[in-house]
Ligand binder design. Sequence first.
Ligand code: GLN
Length: 506
Amino acid sequence: MTAALHDMGVAEMSRALQAGQVSSLEITQHLLTRVADFEHLGAFLARDAQLSLAQARDADARRARGPVHALTGVPIAHKDIFVTRELASTAGSKMLAGYASPFDATVVARLGGGADGQPGAGMVLLGKLNCDEFAMGSANENSAFGATKNPWDLQRVPGGSSGGSAAAVAARLVPAATGTDTGGSIRQPASFSGVTGIKPTYGVCSRYGMVAFASSLDQAGPLARSAEDCALLLSAMSGFDPRDATSAERPPQDFHAQMLQPREQASPGRPLQGLRIGLPREFFPQALATDVHDAVRAALAELERLGATLVDVSLPRTELSIPVYYIIAPAEASSNLSRFDGVKFGHRAKDYDDLRSMYERTRAEGFGAEVKRRIMIGTYVLSHGYYDAYYLQAQKLRRMIADDFQACFRQCDLIAGPVAPTVAWTLGAQQDDPVKAYLADIFTLPASLAGLPGMSVPAGLGAGGMPVGLQLIGNYFGEGPLLQAAHAFQQATDFHRRAPAGVSGA
Ligand code: GLN
């Protein structure tokens, strides 16, 4: 074998396992050593080498016995927002430090050992990944267990809230990771860390066993090296789940096949012929950093060369998506997080006088500053007298933002733009000013509020040699065309293959 084991993506690993060129045990041993070597990134929270090795041996044994799922034996690590039976689940919070879940999240079960008598894909669990506390943040600096560093520049953030996932994939500690995206938490860290990520349509992946932040927005998805790898993972982790009332009742999807299905008008060298890509003018404001602007424009020119047509569209309420999201998400969070009261599970204060002081001290000790800020904002906008002025208004605007997208999709098939207004910032740079970080969510929030699928695709390097992501947004359940465009782009470019210095090779 020519490439180092850690340079292999999911599809490549799957093929090598299938061909008997390598065993899951060899891959897993190699990656476990790497994870230990890259401890300084702060990407991993929980891991258990014996558990991973046992799963790898089991995967090899099953593969030797007969046909298995394509992903069997390929390692995966999960954002620590997914609960796992075998490893502690914290959601990046002191509130849940050491919490042992009695069950696996549906996404974890489907990718791993299965549940309810249904087989899983048989991927090997390498560990749990750092994230912002309860997925609230854009830099992974809100984790109670320390910040994660960006493998491209250790002085910078990897993005958030799925920052551990993005950093682990970028540093080639694991070929793929799960993430969750409420307002951009798969797309933005993917962009900041130079990996590929997809947030599917709301309802495509089950939220069962995903620690809830804002239930009407939360959605799981994969982060990996390529659109092809994401397609393989998404096919395995998605699908209707009777345990999630908002899960979409659709037949199982083969996103990989959809990705490869040639377009009707395709011709050699022009796989995207006939595809109309809308560029919302609000996604290219004056304030957009030049390096991001240039990389995104160059990527769009490449998509044009591949046959796509660029059309100007408008999402007039783009700016309003910030206040709308930062009312709705905290409102839902304040309700979801009421369960952490020191009674049912999680942290409980040691000293208290009565029930009230037990609640107060438990929550004061267990939650970090950003989580408290959101609980207070959420409680405020839902309170009698302010509900109509804030929460109700935000809900009305949310509907209008979703309608704006439908108006665009009458003129185009996909929407493109930047993922974030800048490349990854320096650690600590936005710690004192949360609103600055909120404003940087401007390009990811609209699709989240509308429940639309969105991707981040590596599109080049900007200032300081930091990665820039191209965002592609599809219509509802349009993951196929989205992955297809990203795949065509990645067949023609090599941005997704670039690795941070000192990470690739032997
Ligand atoms: N940055 C956004 C926030 O802090 C989005 C987070 C997310 O998608 N989980 O809420």
